[in-house]
Design a protein around this ligand. Structure first.
Ligand SMILES: Nc1ncnc2c1ncn2[C@@H]1O[C@H](COP(=O)(O)OP(=O)(O)OP(=O)(O)O)[C@@H](O)[C@H]1O
Ligand SMILES: [Mg+2]
Length: 274
């Protein structure tokens, strides 16, 4: 009977189709002199093919949450599951793209950079890895730069390499931590468009961190709003259809998100329809 009830409770906490299940996760940094609580009891679930955005002000724990999903940090309490498996360490099922342009080993060409994790996991022979890498390099429009070294590339091109490297692994979920934040406004828009195009082709699942409301609305289908430090869930918002991202409906949603982010109340798990 108890086992039966537990089973029902577990099913209730992770509905069918859930790919990433973050359940009451508190994340803390402990140094010799202080304890910093980055997030407090954060829960959300990401479905297959979601473009799920974590949105909140600087210091609210977005990067920390992403690191925990990536398996680089262990929750103080709560649990994280990806495809039903508890996250205990980094894994090829969760690839990260960071904000910094220097995430690529400089001594490897574009092709070698994208091939590297494919070979490192030992899942593929060289020829197969190269074929896969070329495919994704083409998808991010870098075929002409395939033999170039990172220092000869622009910031946007380096981020494309990092995206191709992540996608080539065909992870369950791609984790992107403000990947376009250091780009100029025009390149940033272009990269957002390209990411959406890529998503349209392969329908991968992505968790995308940003502190830009406009970027969240452009990229996502769902947005989790986090309160300032320590991060708690303020609300979850279902975005307007991507095709309507330039409409008055989107403008109204942008205002609503702004108001929610700057309101005092923490509306845990209130769902706002876009
Ligand atoms: N290595 C660390 N040691 C101690 N505290 C840390 C460490 N990294 C982050 N923090 C603290 O944890 C909190 C959350 O940091 P985090 O980097 O996750 O925020 P963020 O939402 O990603 O911010 P930003 O938008 O500026 O990138 C902050 O108060 C930060 O100072
Ligand atoms: Mg951050």
């Amino acid at each position: 009977m108890v086992a039966e009830l537990n089973k029902i409770a577990n099913e209730a906490s992770a509905p069918a189709g859930t790919l990433v299940d973050v359940d009451s996760v508190t994340l803390q940094y402990k140094t010799s002199s202080l304890l910093v609580t980055a997030t407090e009891s954060v829960s959300f679930s990401v479905e297959q093919s979601d473009r799920f955005v974590l949105l909140g002000p600087s210091g609210c724990g977005k990067s920390t949450l992403l690191k925990a999903i990536g398996g680089y940090m262990k929750p103080t309490s709560g649990s994280i599951r990806v495809a039903g498996r508890p996250v205990v360490r980094p894994g090829a099922d969760r690839m990260m793209v960071f904000q910094e342009f220097d995430q690529l080993p400089p001594w490897k060409t574009v092709l070698e950079n994208v091939m590297f994790p494919l070979l490192a996991t030992g899942r593929m022979r060289r020829r197969e890895a190269e074929e896969r890498a070329r495919h994704y390099i083409d998808k991010v429009k870098l075929t002409r730069a395939i033999d170039s070294y990172p220092h000869t590339l622009s910031g946007g091109m380096k981020q494309r390499v990092a995206i191709a490297r992540g996608m080539a692994m065909q992870p369950d979920v791609l984790l992107m931590d403000e990947p376009f934040a250091a780009l100029d406004a025009l390149t940033r828009r272009q990269m957002q468009d390209e990411l959406l195009q890529l998503w349209d082709e392969t329908r991968f699942t992505v968790i995308f961190v940003t502190h830009s409301i406009a970027e969240a609305i452009k990229i996502s289908n769902r947005i989790l709003l986090l309160s300032p430090h320590p991060g708690r869930v303020k609300a979850e918002v279902r975005n307007v259809d991507a095709a309507k991202s330039d409409t008055t409906e989107a403008a109204a949603l942008e205002k609503r998100i702004h108001d929610l982010l700057f309101s005092e109340a923490v509306e845990e798990h209130s769902h706002v329809q876009g």
